[in-house]
Design a protein. Structure first.
Length: 364
């Protein structure tokens, strides 16, 4: 849900180049600051990992909640005060995007492309231009656990807007292209909440007609995660699904916590045992259920199972980006007695425990 602030200023000079003050709020160009809600985006995202590369796609729609103005050209022709700045389009606009990302050591490099298509005019006869964006980004925690830093270079292009089917070349948006260099900083306040700030500066601009130059774009964000868990595969409730139950008893069992700060430590299987690498986080309630399930299995099959636990902390930690990617928690990797990866999966705790037991007992 974007909140937009438009602040414009203009300086008038006389023929000799000296500043001139014009006290007329209805003059076409004047200093003003406008604040309003923009059109929010509602979209779904799907992603897969292939050969170490995450490939994703987005599909959604822009919702027409931002304020739109009456036809400023018609009002201007009538000598009435009017506004060219639009907070929204007044129409539903489809969104399509693609992305790719790869981890290069501690740095995540990503490419993206996105478009919003304007298909029809709103009630004022306004039809926004089609918008396109694409870019390259690089992100890293720089060795920290709560900070995330990202730099980007991106290109944005917008086609001309139309009023009642006509492109007005004398004013308004008649098409523009901008190349922006940006930086973003995100601070994880808790496991679920984060704050962010971003700055984008234009390094190249090409406009058609008389348009305003953009000096900079500044953004702040507040985000959270909502964790959903629906039970086992049969969608039946089990009393033991309550993650607030008793803690797992690992006394005398082969279990080690190999990372507690989200670092991407190497995964070293235990020779001669089924080794389960359990990726978990404090905010993942099903992870507590799986912890008890794995402890019961390790006690049931002593000498056959070794469990190595990795606290990924959050979705942006090195451990999560390296080993979990776009999968969800609970997530485990299971190695055979020969040290080879047999399978990895995200699933409800009972499903994961059953699959581990099948591997231990040789069931297929």
């Amino acid at each position: 849900m974007p909140l937009r602030v438009f602040s414009t200023s203009i300086h008038y000079l006389d023929e000799s180049g000296r500043p001139v003050t014009i006290e007329n709020p209805f003059i076409h160009h004047h200093n003003e600051t406008l604040v309003g809600v923009g059109d929010p985006l509602l979209f779904g995202r799907a992603a897969v990992r292939r050969a170490g590369v995450m490939l994703g796609a987005r599909l959604g729609v822009a919702l027409p909640l931002g304020r739109t103005e009456e036809d400023p050209f018609r009002l201007g022709d009538m000598g009435l005060s009017h506004e060219h700045s639009q907070f929204g389009t007044g129409t539903f606009e489809p969104l399509v995007g693609v992305e790719a990302a790869r981890e290069l050591g501690p740095v995540r490099v990503d490419l993206f492309g996105l478009t919003l298509q304007s298909l029809y005019a709103n009630g004022h006869g306004y039809e926004a231009g089609d918008r396109y964006a694409g870019g390259l980004g690089a992100a890293s925690a720089l060795g920290t656990t709560r900070w995330r830093f990202r730099t980007t270079i991106e290109a944005q292009h917008e086609t001309a807007e139309r009023w009642n089917g006509v492109v007005r070349s004398d004013e308004g948006n008649t098409g523009r292209t901008d190349v922006l260099a940006g930086a973003t900083v995100v601070y994880r306040v808790t496991d679920d909440w984060h704050l962010g700030a971003s700055l984008k500066l234009p390094v190249y601009t090409r406009v058609q007609g008389g348009q305003l130059d953009a000096s900079m774009f500044v953004g702040v964000s507040l985000g959270t995660q909502i964790h959903l868990f629906e039970g086992d595969d049969e969608h039946h409730h089990h009393p033991e699904d309550d993650a607030a139950g008793p803690p797992a008893d690992w006394t005398g069992l082969d279990k080690q916590d190999i990372t507690d700060d989200g670092s991407a430590v190497p995964l070293v299987p235990v020779a001669g045992k089924i080794t389960v690498f359990d990726f978990w986080a404090t905010w993942c309630k099903p992870c507590g259920v799986l912890d008890r399930e794995l402890a019961e299995l390790a006690r049931k099959y002593p000498g056959d199972i070794a469990v190595r636990k990795l606290n990924v902390v959050d979705n942006d930690s090195p451990a999560s980006r390296t080993y979990v990617g776009d999968a969800t928690l609970p997530h485990i990797k299971v190695f055979g007695r020969d040290g080879k990866l047999r399978w990895e999966r995200s699933a409800p705790p009972h499903t994961l425990a059953r699959e581990v037991e099948k591997l231990v007992t040789g069931e297929h």
